[in-house]
Design a protein around this ligand. Structure first.
Ligand SMILES: Cc1cc2nc3c(=O)[nH]c(=O)nc-3n(C[C@H](O)[C@H](O)[C@H](O)COP(=O)(O)OP(=O)(O)OC[C@H]3O[C@@H](n4cnc5c(N)ncnc54)[C@H](O)[C@@H]3O)c2cc1C
Length: 406
């Protein structure tokens, strides 16, 4: 190990966590080289929503100072993506022609915004929402134009829509599902959210999807599947993500929806590992940072200690919407199915809502709207899968209430 060289392809949030964990576990690599497509050091991608809304400064997003990399002896190569992996020679080549040999290679290439495959998608004014460059583009366009359409009523789409609204745009959100955040909220939660966002001035259209983006060089309108036309100056595509796995696929590594890895994050080539949003463990891929952080901790130990027997197991991860004044929390199952019971508590005056899903006296899901303080407690109980019979009558009122009555 002392003479080995580690190359990391991609420098996003998870690669950065891996570097920090490698320091913690005392790795023995003699060189660590990080090759990044973006021209910056790793930054907090999650806060791009706050930057778009004007609540955070893009300059404050860096996850470490430049000095940190120098102190750790980590070499950074930025703004030049890896375009080829040569597994026989154990080398990667970048678009700019740099060749780096490796003993161990880690792929941490994340995801990109999914495209819709529509006519007009390459027009000016059609933008994804994934990185700093997209965010700067959106801020610039919001200063010049008045109307925006956001395609996608998931977390990303709603945070983009609210950010653009806060920058003074008239924003319409198009969502194919029957209610907003349909992967995280049940129908009632989705309707409460629609009401709150509509009150702020967003136009929400659910159960509809665009079939074409119209314009000559710039986008001018969106055509919907019922042939309605919505005039616009800007279209944000926030309709899902695609793992960046092409590099691995082209190198002959086993891939499915993303790069296939085992529970130690090893690909089908023993010298190559993958983690974060570009990796698939069993059937699980992720669009959240926490699973990537857990993987980074495991992989750092696997790389630092050859006989390490730590393994990563996918677990239930909670999600929160980052729109100030609209607290939403969701974890695990969101809609009841056969064999699941629902416990619902709703205050119609204050619009506070809590739905708990229970199977065999075990908590399997929680949807909270309005008051979300007990989210972490519900998450723990979902993860522990302990018997809730003793608390059942009070469970929807939260931890403090249950503890007081215990
Ligand atoms: C606006 C926004 C808000 C979000 N909010 C949340 C949230 O609230 N909670 C949450 O859990 N998650 C959130 N996410 C998702 C979260 O940011 C991701 O889960 C996390 O960044 C994944 O980390 P990663 O390192 O796997 O990928 P990324 O952070 O995407 O990093 C991958 C890096 O690899 C680079 N790369 C790609 N291909 C190559 C190549 N060939 N060569 C070199 N470099 C390459 C990419 O350019 C990128 O810099 C949000 C995402 C966005 C965009």
């Amino acid at each position: 190990m002392a003479s080995e060289k580690l190359v990391i392809c991609g420098h996003g949030m998870v690669a950065q966590r891996l570097l920090e964990c490698l320091g913690k576990y005392g790795h023995g690599f003699n060189r660590i080289v990080v090759i990044s497509a973006e021209p910056t050091i790793a930054y907090n991608r999650i806060l791009l929503s706050a930057v778009l809304a004007g609540d955070a400064d893009a300059d404050s997003l860096a996850l470490q100072a430049d000095d940190w990399y120098r102190q750790q002896g980590i070499e950074l190569h930025q703004g030049d993506p890896v375009v080829r992996i040569d597994r026989n020679r154990r080398e990667v080549r970048t678009e700019g022609g740099q060749v780096e040999s490796y003993d161990r290679l880690v792929l941490a290439t994340g995801s990109r915004s999914a495209r819709l495959g529509l006519a007009g998608e390459s027009l000016d004014g059609v933008v994804g929402f994934r990185d700093l460059q997209d965010t700067h583009t959106l801020i610039r366009l919001s200063g010049r134009h008045r109307r925006a359409v956001v395609v996608g009523g998931g977390f990303l789409g709603l945070e983009a829509a609210e950010g653009l609204r806060q920058r003074g745009m008239d924003v319409t959100v198009l969502h194919r599902g029957s209610h907003l955040l349909n992967r995280q909220l049940d129908a009632t939660g989705g309707e409460l959210l629609r009401a709150a966002l509509t009150e702020r001035g967003l136009t929400i259209r659910t159960g509809t999807a665009p079939i074409a983006l119209l314009g000559k060089s710039r986008v001018r309108a969106v055509q919907l599947d019922d042939d309605t036309l919505i005039s616009t100056d800007l279209v944000v595509i926030a309709a899902g993500i695609i793992p960046n796995s092409e590099l691995a696929r082209a190198a002959g590594l086993a891939c499915d929806r993303a790069v296939r890895v085992d529970s130690q994050l090893r690909t089908s080539d023993d010298a190559i590992f993958a983690l974060g949003e570009c990796a698939q463990v069993g059937e699980a891929t992720s669009g959240l940072v926490e699973p990537g952080y857990q993987q980074a901790d495991v992989l750092a130990q696997v790389l630092a200690q050859p006989c390490c027997d730590r393994h990563y197991t996918p677990s239930v991860v909670p999600t929160r919407l980052k729109i100030s004044g609209i607290p939403i929390f969701s974890c695990g199952q969101t809609e009841a199915d056969h064999g699941t019971e629902s416990l619902v508590w709703q205050d119609y005056e204050t619009n506070h809502y809590c739905r708990l899903l229970i199977r065999n006296q075990r908590l399997t899901g929680a949807v909270l709207f309005g008051i979300t303080d007990d989210g972490p407690w519900y998450t723990r109980r979902i993860q522990q899968a302990d018997d809730i019979s003793a608390d059942r009558a009070n469970l929807a009122f939260g931890q403090a209430y249950c503890d007081a009555l215990a």
